[in-house]
Design a protein around this ligand. Structure first.
Ligand code: HEM
Length: 493
């Protein structure tokens, strides 16, 4: 086998590190909020429903936000090696994100807004005295500011892709997919970034439109909004935006695993076809969240059902299969980064399965409002997406490529893997037992599941504390000025 000589770029630019520090600090805080919610449901503490829903609103918005910030950091770090991106726009996005977070915190902590991160119409404007119109507007304004930052970021990425490739179709590898494969398809990072940019630009415009309408409605109730249209726009935006986080983070797998195995990750025809197919399908899959809405046109529900099935397969399959083939008999040197990245592929695959099941209309009627759904998305986000981020953090922070990981990190990895599985399986098992989701108070027969979940959740936080501390301690060395080293194995570099 020909040696794969790509150099290892240890470290990252200060801006990428600032993104990661923001993400990891917020992640820990939001995890603590998650533990508090689980402890409340387990009747181990007594916060009361008001605090539960405030924490749930912050946890949902915060987690989705940091997943996007961390995913964007990974995408930007690698994409900047292929196309000319603007560091100023990248920093502006972080600035707008922090401003939006401040607005959301003020709305929830100061103004007691607790309508959920999904801000479903007409809840924000009909609080029945629980929060003021100002608090609702501040929350939605915060989301709008965060969305504006991401819109700018994706516009800049689109500009850079167009400048380098001359068209988004070319950046998706269409000439090689539909014409003769000359072997010059864009690298996986470019293909993935193009897909994310297309779907997020559409999703963000939809999200901004409904947020703007709802902010007017808060102060001017006569400005009526069609509730079904509002729900569709919100779920379209929310689902696309959350999905995109894993499509950004998986770039770490495409870029880093090959450097360990000395085998390139090729953008071959199945790879290009699956990314093109998902570019379309990700935008049409969201109706599986509306299968219980009788007012929805039937054809949209059928579409959600069918595309829900189809979209589970392409990218996940090519990535999981590609990952296995890359590692198989490669003599890979396992360390924290490569282990976490490999684990993340399992987490993504495992987390997609409950969604696949829930996307079946007959099952959805019974399962969708139960803990089954948090079970699905916590598996694919925590054991998939966020685990990719941890892998990236260990990778750029590692002082010496051949260095041995500390025993504490290795123990933390095992604790993380087992506790995350325990935590997410508790959600799924509760869902199977029909435990309702988004309830602050649980029936006595639900409480044992909650207690088991709370113990696992504390262990998850403990493990993540180790990952985060290690990353923060290595920050000075992780600055981009650190010398670039080549992977010592295989290529003999
Ligand atoms: C220690 C880790 C975590 C704990 C203990 C935790 C706990 C929880 C709990 C108790 C809920 C409410 C479930 C319900 O009754 O419906 C929840 C909801 C949620 N979590 Fe987590 N979580 C954790 C990590 C994460 C991560 C890493 C993400 C995403 C990156 C995430 C995203 C969400 C979202 C989007 C919701 C939905 C909020 C809503 O229904 O409005 N969580 N989490």
């Amino acid at each position: 086998m020909a040696a794969y000589t790509k150099t290892v770029d240890r470290g990252a630019s200060p801006a990428v590190l600032a993104y990661l520090v923001t993400a990891v600090a917020t992640l820990l805080l939001m995890m603590v909020f998650g533990v508090l919610m689980r402890m409340e449901q387990a009747e181990l503490i007594a916060l009361g429903p008001m605090w539960f829903y405030q924490l749930m609103t912050l946890h949902g918005a915060g987690m989705v936000g940091i997943a996007a910030i961390a995913g964007a950091a990974i995408m930007w770090h690698f994409l900047a090696q292929y196309v000319a991106l603007s560091p100023r726009i990248f920093l502006a996005n972080l600035g707008l994100f922090l401003a939006g977070v401040a607005m959301i915190l003020a709305s929830v902590i100061g103004g007691h807004f607790h309508g959920g991160w999904t801000f479903l119409h007409p809840l924000p404007s009909r609080s029945m005295g629980m929060w003021s119109p100002g608090a609702a507007a501040l929350f939605m304004g915060g989301l709008l500011v965060i969305g504006t930052g991401f819109l700018l970021l994706h516009l800049d990425i689109a500009r850079a892709l167009l400048a380098r490739y001359g068209g988004l179709g070319r950046a998706l590898g269409w000439p090689q997919l539909f014409g003769r494969d000359d072997g010059n398809a864009p690298p996986p990072t470019v293909v993935a970034s193009t897909m994310v940019t297309i779907v997020n630009l559409v999703g963000l415009v939809a999200g901004a439109s409904i947020l703007a309408m709802m902010m007017v409605n808060v102060y001017l109730p006569s400005f009526a909004i069609d509730a079904l249209l509002a729900k569709n726009l919100i779920y379209f935006f929310g689902h696309v935006f959350v999905n995109a986080t894993i499509y950004m983070a998986v770039i770490a797998v495409y870029e880093i695993l090959p450097r360990y195995t000395q085998r390139p990750w090729k953008a071959n025809r199945p790879f290009l076809a699956s990314w093109t197919a998902s570019t379309l399908m990700v935008m049409f899959i969201y109706p599986h969240h509306l299968l219980m809405d009788f007012a929805m046109p039937k054809w949209m529900l059928v579409m959600g059902h069918v595309i829900g099935y189809l979209n589970t397969v392409p990218i996940l399959l090519v990535t999981a299969y590609g990952g296995l083939m890359l590692v198989y008999r490669s003599g890979i040197r396992w360390d924290m980064a490569s282990r976490l990245l490999f684990l993340s592929l399992f987490g993504w695959a495992a987390g997609a399965m409950p969604a696949f099941i829930d996307g079946t209309i007959g099952v959805n009627y019974v399962m969708h409002n139960t803990m089954w759904v948090p079970g699905h998305f916590h598996t694919y986000l925590l054991l998939g997406m966020i685990t990719m981020v941890f892998g990236f953090m260990y990778y750029i922070g590692k002082p010496a490529r051949d260095g041995i990981d500390a025993a504490l990190d290795r123990v933390a990895l095992w604790v993380f893997a087992i506790a995350t599985l325990g935590f997410t399986l508790s959600f799924l098992y509760s869902g199977k037992a029909s435990v309702a989701r988004r309830y602050a108070a649980h029936l006595p027969e639900w409480v044992p599941y909650d207690r088991v979940a709370a113990v696992f959740a504390v262990l998850v936080v403990a493990a993540v504390l180790v990952f985060a501390t290690r990353f923060l301690l290595r920050l000075p060395a992780a600055s981009m000025d650190a010398p670039r080293t080549a992977l010592a194995r295989g290529a003999g570099a």
